[in-house]
Structures are given as structure tokens and as C-alpha cells.
Design a protein around this ligand. Structure first.
Ligand code: SAH
Length: 459
């Protein structure tokens, strides 16, 4: 984020625009929506600019340093590079923030694309990288945000003090959600502004009477990393959570979906490596849900796969706290998808094993004979360090050293890596991986498999 977004209070702020033509006019139109004191300086002015006097002050000559006293923002908008540079230098000398129109490098700030439902204002910036995208996003938001949003927000603002009778947190949020989602728009539609005030009164009485909500815990599967692989339900619950308790494998883009006021607690669990003791995780969930919070326990992949889910649900049962599990995409599914393969296939493997190569004591023991059988498919979780051990056991139980194996690191993430290999080379390949990885035993990438088939046919 090279450009940091802020909303400037423009009441009585002084803004000076150097320029009097079309470019200056474009900036002026937006600034006229504010209460700023606006001055333009140029030898000549377009008639549309002249029409805005006396709301704006016009200085009929090129801008001078003395015009910039107390200016907070200065726009260099003459369209002439040398003149713009001169104005920018004067602006900086006067201690103002300078924007040179259409010159990102010479500017201190950018004017974003804006969706205006004042007091709700949405600013969209792409740091100059993709103005077309900014316009598309703006067009989309213009469609989805009702024109009445500004009015509802203004009326709501006047009611904020009264709404503070509701305790801060989930209950007050439920009140405002209902106002903006249903009660407000309905009242506005039925009877205009007066009806909206009445609706707010009625709604508040109802919410004050309602019993305090019971805290609960949702075990939400965060999937393998790509936020688009979240279920709709997961998205909704993350968005509503008061407290999010998350593992290290949950990707940052998914954590971004939580509300800014949500309490975010990292419990840093990741295969080996440092982790929060399980009892501490139980204590955190019980403490927050016990205080009435909506807790989301966010787990990488599918919450029910190697996620110590049962220990956590049992702890909640013992504390009499309600919970539910939201299923999701497990890493093995994402890894198989990345190589275009099925996890099961008629005539090849009727069963699929999800195994972990390590348990709490060390390397986990398995039914090695079944894993070594021709055609068997196994997805190994947490298997990087145990790769040599796994290889030894499989060879000992009769697996061919040529058995295809594919390692998929960071499946579904931007830094996804696919390493096709064979059982003979598994340990060497596994040792180069740094991120979370799935070992798919018995599967080669589909494209590679087809290539081999074609080669064989040619022989
Ligand atoms: N509940 C998770 C698994 C937790 S165990 C799930 O269903 O996916 C942690 C292991 O999952 C990691 O060591 C790694 O083997 C695997 N894993 C998790 N995310 C992964 C990803 N994006 N790519 C590859 N493997 C991943």
C-alpha cells in the first residue's frame, strides 16, 4: 500500500487549483461537493468555471506563492508540464499536499474514484495501476448500493446516542443490521423520513426487550488458502464474528474478511513448530463464548481433517457451549485439483486414504501393506519431514520405486508449487519444500500422465 487512504475534513479547508480549463473543471466538480474554500488561479477561465462564482474565488493571472497561504491541498491542473511543475513546487513550499493531475510520480496524493452516498463515501484507488478496474468497481457499487443509503445513514446518525442503550457488541450490531437491511428501507418506502424515525424507535424497543444472545462457537473451515474456496456460509460467519481464533495455516486474505473490530487471536498451530497448548485454545473459546461472543474457530482446510476438532468440541460440551461445524475444502482436494486428477477412480482405487505422517509421539504408524499396493492412492498430510521414513516403509512392503508421487506445496495459493516425482526420489524432493505440502502417493499430474501414455503408444 504505497498510498494510505484517509478522509480529510474539508469544512473551511482551503484548496487552490492552478488552472482554468477542462482539467481544472474536472477537479472542481468533485471539490464542490465539499464545504471547502476553493480558489482557482489562471489567466483565463472556462465559462463553466466562471458560473461557479462567488462560491469559488477566481484569481485572473498565473498562480503565485502568495495565493497559497493556509492552503491544505493544491492541484496543478494547467495541462502544461512546466507550469504544473512550477505550481507543485510553490504548493510544497507553502506546506500543502500537492496533486499534479495525471502525474502520479509528481503527486503527494491521488484523487480516488468515488461512490457518493454521503455520509457514506467509498473511495476506490488502484495507485494508478488500473483506472479501468477502479471504474468497473465503482459501476458495480453504484448498482448495488441503493440511492437511499445516504438518507438512511443520516437519519441513523441522529439516533446513535439513543442506540447506545444497547450494550456495545453483538446486540448493538444486530440492531443496526436490521435497520439498514430491512426496517429502514421498508419504512422509507412506506412513508418517507418521518416513518424511518418511528421505525428506529420501534426497533430499539424491540431490541432492548430481547434476551441477551447466547455465545457460541462456529468451527469454520478456511480451506487451503484461496479465499474464493471458502463456502458462502464460512464467509458469512467470518464476517459476523466477534472473536476469531485462527491457526497459522489460515491465509491472510481470509483473515482480512473479518470485521475490523473483531478480536483476532492467533493460536499458531502448524504441524510441527511452536503452537499454543490445546488447553489454552479451549480456555480462549470458553472464555469468549461464555461472555456472549460469537466465536469463529477458524481452521485451515477442512476443520474435521487432522484438526483436533473433537478435543475442542468436547471441551465446549463440557462447558455447555453451543457449537457447529462448517465443512470446507481439504488440502488433498485442492492438491488433486491442481494436477487435474481424481482422488478416486473406477478400476484404479475404490478407496482413498488421508493419512498423517506424524502424530503426537513421532511418526505415525499405518497399514503400510495397503498403502504400498499397486493403484493405491494416499494423501499424506504433514509429511515433509517423514518423507524418508514413509519411503522406507513403503519399499519394505513391496511398493515399486517407480510409483508416481506428486508433492503439492501451498495448494490453491498464488505460490503453489507442483513437484512430480517417484517414490525413489521422494525424500530429496520433499526436502526442498518450505511451505505446507501434501504428498499424493500414486498420482502423477494428469498432463504428465497423458504424455507418458502417448509415449508408450508410440513405442
Ligand atoms: N485441516 C487441514 C489439515 C491440517 S494438518 C486440511 O483439511 O487441509 C496441516 C497439513 O495440511 C499441512 O502440514 C499440509 O500437509 C496440509 N496443508 C494444509 N494446507 C495446505 C495447502 N494449502 N497446500 C498443501 N498442503 C496443505
Amino acid at each position: 500500500m504505497q498510498h494510505y487512504p484517509v478522509f480529510l475534513d474539508m469544512t473551511r479547508a482551503r484548496v487552490v487549483i492552478g488552472g482554468g480549463g477542462e482539467i481544472a473543471l474536472a477537479k472542481l466538480r468533485l471539490l464542490l461537493k465539499t464545504d471547502a474554500q476553493i480558489t482557482l488561479a489562471a489567466p483565463d477561465f472556462a465559462p463553466e468555471i466562471e458560473a461557479h462564482t462567488p462560491r469559488v474565488t477566481l484569481i485572473r493571472r498565473s498562480l503565485l506563492g502568495s495565493d497559497l497561504q493556509d492552503a491544505r491541498l493544491v492541484y496543478a491542473a494547467t495541462g502544461d508540464d512546466a507550469e504544473d511543475a512550477r505550481i507543485a513546487a510553490l504548493g510544497r513550499e507553502a506546506g500543502a499536499l500537492v496533486n499534479v493531475v495525471d502525474n502520479l510520480d509528481a503527486s503527494d496524493f491521488l484523487t480516488p474514484a468515488i461512490v457518493d452516498r454521503s455520509p457514506v463515501v467509498i473511495a476506490i484507488g488502484t495507485e494508478g495501476a488500473a483506472p479501468v478496474l477502479a471504474r468497473k468497481i465503482k459501476a458495480h457499487l453504484e448498482e448495488v448500493l441503493p440511492a437511499s443509503l445516504g438518507l438512511l445513514t443520516r437519519i441513523g446518525k441522529g439516533f446513535r446516542a439513543l442506540a447506545e442503550q444497547l450494550p456495545q457488541g453483538a446486540r448493538r450490531r444486530a440492531f443496526w443490521s436490521e435497520y439498514f437491511d430491512t426496517a429502514g428501507p421498508r419504512a422509507l418506502h412506506q412513508g418517507g423520513e418521518g416513518q424511518v424515525r418511528q421505525a428506529l424507535d420501534d426497533l430499539l424497543v424491540r431490541h432492548l426487550d430481547a434476551a441477551a444472545p447466547e455465545g457460541h462457537v462456529d468451527f469454520v473451515s478456511a480451506g487451503p488458502g484461496d479465499a474464493e474456496l471458502l463456502t458462502l456460509k464460512a464467509r458469512k460467519l467470518i464476517d459476523r464474528a466477534d472473536v476469531v481464533i485462527f491457526d497459522r495455516l489460515v491465509s491472510p486474505e481470509i483473515l482480512e474478511l473479518a470485521r475490523r473490530e473483531a478480536v483476532m487471536i492467533s493460536v499458531g498451530k502448524e504441524g510441527f513448530g511452536p503452537s499454543t497448548p490445546q488447553e489454552e485454545i479451549h480456555r480462549l473459546m470458553i472464555e469468549h463464548a461464555g461472555q456472549g461472543a460469537h466465536v469463529v474457530r477458524l481452521k485451515g482446510g477442512d476443520a474435521s481433517v487432522f484438526g483436533r476438532l473433537d478435543e475442542e468440541t468436547e471441551a465446549l460440551d463440557a462447558a455447555r457451549i453451543r457449537w457447529q461445524v462448517i465443512p470446507g475444502v481439504t488440502a488433498a482436494s485442492a492438491a488433486a485439483a491442481s494436477i487435474g486428477q481424481s482422488l478416486t477412480r473406477r478400476g484404479r482405487n475404490q478407496s482413498l486414504r488421508l493419512v498423517t505422517a506424524h502424530d503426537m509421539q513421532g511418526y505415525a504408524d499405518q497399514d503400510w501393506r495397503a498403502l504400498a499396493a499397486p493403484g493405491a492412492i494416499t494423501a499424506i498430510y504433514m509429511g515433509k519431514r517423514a518423507a524418508r521414513f514413509v519411503q522406507g516403509r513403503l519399499l519394505m512392503h513391496g511398493a515399486s520405486p517407480d510409483t508416481p508421487v506428486t508433492l503439492v506445496e501451498n495448494a490453491s495459493r498464488v505460490d503453489q508449487q507442483i513437484l512430480p516425482t517417484t517414490l525413489a526420489h521422494l525424500p530429496q524432493q520433499a526436502s526442498v519444500l518450505a511451505g505446507p505440502a501434501i504428498i499424493l502417493l500414486g498420482l502423477a499430474p494428469k498432463a504428465a500422465e497423458q504424455a507418458i501414455e502417448i509415449q508408450e503408444q508410440a513405442l
